[in-house]
Design a protein around this ligand. Sequence first.
Ligand code: FES
Ligand SMILES: [Fe+2]
Length: 342
Amino acid sequence: MKYVENAWYVAGWSSEFTDQPLKVTLLETELVMYRLTDGSVCALRDLCPHKLLPLSMGRVEGDTIQCGYHGTVFNATGHCVRVPGQEIIPKRQCVDTYPVFEQHNIVWVWMGDAALADTDTVFDLPQFNDSNWQAHQGDALHIESNYLNVAENLVDPAHVSFVHPTTLGNAQSEDVPVHVNTDSEQITAWRWIRDAPPVGFFKQLGGFKGHVDRWHYYYLHMPSTAVIDFGSADASLAIAEADREQGMRIFALHFLTPVNATHTIDRWMHIRNRAIDDASIGDRMNELFRIAFDEDKVILEAIQQQETRIAESDNPGPVPLRLAIDKGPNEYRKRIEHLLHG
Ligand code: FES
Ligand SMILES: [Fe+2]
């Protein structure tokens, strides 16, 4: 399938990269990535141009990687610097390389035209550098579903009451309308549920006794990064929408890596403004996130199976019905189409 290539994608958490070759697949393209002696990470096409053996089966030596078949050596810029047994190095004996950028313990790779790779456009959030907030990594969740299905789920507050009844949603939010803003670079869908019992997440970790005001703001950045700003505050405070800092506020971040047409990796983490010195709270939050995101995974994989079955069938199958509650997802699909086809 076609992907948006001129974009930064997450290749992995920083901890995944060492001085050993790591095979990483993004947009159906296989890369080999490793750390150089200065600590930075490089990305090369995982393909020796000689007999097409994956370079990830070779070994890293200093800043170079040696093919595991005939010992040809490439440097981090993709140039061949040695062909054992011959003096002349053919020009075509080189491999493609990709720009890499590391920030906040996340490694990004640019899959398109390298001349357009601007590190100022890598996703960032001011709270990463704010001592009043604490970042806490979660998992790399593998989902057997197309990344478009996964991304639209992350700008879709309407599913939360039904898919996540014990953690992120409850019955009080079922019929609360969702607002959607499509005026800026990111798509925003949000709603407030005022003066209602706290959902499981905040009951367990926020210590709320009575009713709370709860918010969910979903920000979807093109092509595949989602930020969910959610939280709760005592209903008696009746906080204004702009004063969310006064409550327990959490940013759940999802970095989606499209692997291929039916496989996505969702690396998720959070940044919170409470219990910032208590890592055990971060771990307990992750346990609840794990429950919730596994619930999404079940739904998204089942949807992919239907799509695959219909695509493989000789009979034209049903197509998804677009409802008014799908404004965010619809806008997302439209923007992806625009990025792909102009
Ligand atoms: S296949 Fe890589 S050197 Fe021969
Ligand atoms: Fe969900």
